[in-house]
Design a protein around this ligand. Structure first.
Ligand code: MN
Length: 129
């Protein structure tokens, strides 16, 4: 049986960014789970075991880096590909994201065409591009 996990968990507190990401993913046929805080995201990840997690780094309360560490520490969620969505362009941010355990990162605002390709690649377990 071919049972690719086409569910994606998006953890993003900005409603405009969330809407765009969800629209693109749903149009591409993915089932999308939404969380607006890291805490809710951790709960949804453990409950639903999505095929991919996209998460904002700048979140109120627990930030995306702390959430990444928590997801990678938890045996139930450690192997889910985890990709940071970040508007940060500061030197060192890529390193911080990777050190926390993210499998890759995508810059916001997203480019719709390349975003779809990137999501498909990460779901297949491809390396960070
Ligand atoms: Mn944010």
């Amino acid at each position: 049986m071919c049972s690719a996990n086409k569910s994606v968990l998006v953890i993003e507190d900005n409603p405009i960014n969330m809407e765009l990401v969800v629209d693109v993913l749903e149009a591409a046929g993915y089932t999308v789970l939404q969380a607006t805080s890291a805490e809710d995201g951790l709960r949804l990840a453990e409950t639903h075991l999505p095929g991919l997690i996209l998460l904002d780094i700048s979140l109120p309360g627990m930030d995306g880096l702390a959430a990444t560490r928590a997801l990678k520490r938890n045996p139930a969620t450690a192997r889910i590909p985890l990709v940071a969505l970040t508007a940060h362009v500061m030197q060192g941010d890529r390193e911080r994201v990777q050190e926390a355990g993210c499998d890759g990162y995508l810059m916001k605002p997203i480019d719709i065409a390349s975003f779809r390709e990137d999501v498909a690649r990460y779901l297949r377990g491809g390396a960070a591009g």
